[in-house]
Write a protein that binds this ligand. Structure first.
Ligand code: SAH
Length: 259
């Protein structure tokens, strides 16, 4: 059996309880060494065979999984954050499907959640933005033209931009060409939840300069859009005393006022 497990954004204790249990039980662990905290491997059992997929091809990963399956061993394939984002997991799952290997997926805390926590930020502020666009600049992996940064920017939503820390000059230009103001707020979060996490707040126009000053070249998320200021929003209805929900009647204070 193979478990594709999300390791979380960095901090060792941000893996799920289920993911930690699977890691403890694993006979073989194949972890994404470029971004998974190696501290997570401390809890593996004696004799667990550990591979670093950063130095492997898809074929080598699949071969290691197949060899483990032939010996009846349990494999954990450990991906950074949550496997569903930029994890190249579909191709692994397809390879396992064609080999008749059974697998399950255990979710993880994505780095976009880790970054929001680091910034103490709510991406979806009433009256400002109710959408968070998760995207990236085109790199070696192309991005379909209809999903260009410029086209998303036209919505002035909150944008969380992965895999683009080396392209910040162009990113700023695209965001501004698409509809953001030069002075709209942005943030750069480097290694969110790791001990060496860094947070930089700047304007959209300043992204490249701000990252250079902080020495940030990779492993960062860019958060852009008016919500990054975290001000000027409207109060949510969810906890508003004048509104009832399925779970909560009118607050005592409010009842007192009306009666
Ligand atoms: N599946 C992962 C993303 C993998 S792609 C997830 O859910 O987070 C790798 C990119 O994710 C990096 O280039 C960077 O943009 C981002 N990233 C991963 N971990 C990060 C962290 N702790 N802090 C900031 N960005 C991170």
């Amino acid at each position: 059996m193979v478990y594709i497990v999300g390791a979380g954004p960095g901090a060792e204790d941000l893996i799920t309880v289920r993911g930690a249990r699977l890691l403890k039980e694993a006979d073989v662990v194949i972890y994404a060494g470029s971004l998974v905290n190696p501290g997570l491997l401390k809890e593996t059992k004696a004799g667990c065979r550990i591979y670093n997929s950063a130095v492997m091809t898809l074929e080598e990963v699949v071969d290691a999984i197949r060899a483990a399956e032939e010996r009846g061993l349990m494999t954990v394939r450990l991906h950074t954050g949550d496997p569903c984002l930029y994890g190249a997991v579909r191709e692994q799952m397809d390879a396992m499907d064609s080999l008749g290997i059974a697998y399950e997926v255990c979710p993880g805390v994505s780095s976009f959640c880790g970054a929001a926590a680091a910034l103490k930020m709510e991406y979806t502020l009433p009256g400002i933005s109710q959408s968070a666009v998760i995207t990236r600049m085109a790199g070696r992996t192309p991005v379909p033209e209809r999903e260009s940064i410029r086209s998303w920017a036209a919505h002035r939503s909150t944008m969380v931009i992965f895999l683009s820390a080396g392209l910040l000059g162009e990113l700023s230009r695209e965001l501004i060409a698409g509809g953001y103001e030069r002075t709209d707020p942005a943030a750069i979060v480097y290694k969110a939840t790791w001990p060496d996490e860094k947070i930089v707040r700047c304007t959209i126009e300043e992204l490249e300069k701000a990252a250079a000053e902080a020495g940030i070249k990779k492993t960062a998320l860019i958060i852009a859009g008016p919500a990054a200021a975290q001000t000027g929003y409207g109060r949510s209805m969810l906890y508003h005393p004048e509104f009832t929900t399925e779970y909560r009647g009118k607050s005592t204070a409010e009842k007192g006022k009306k009666e």
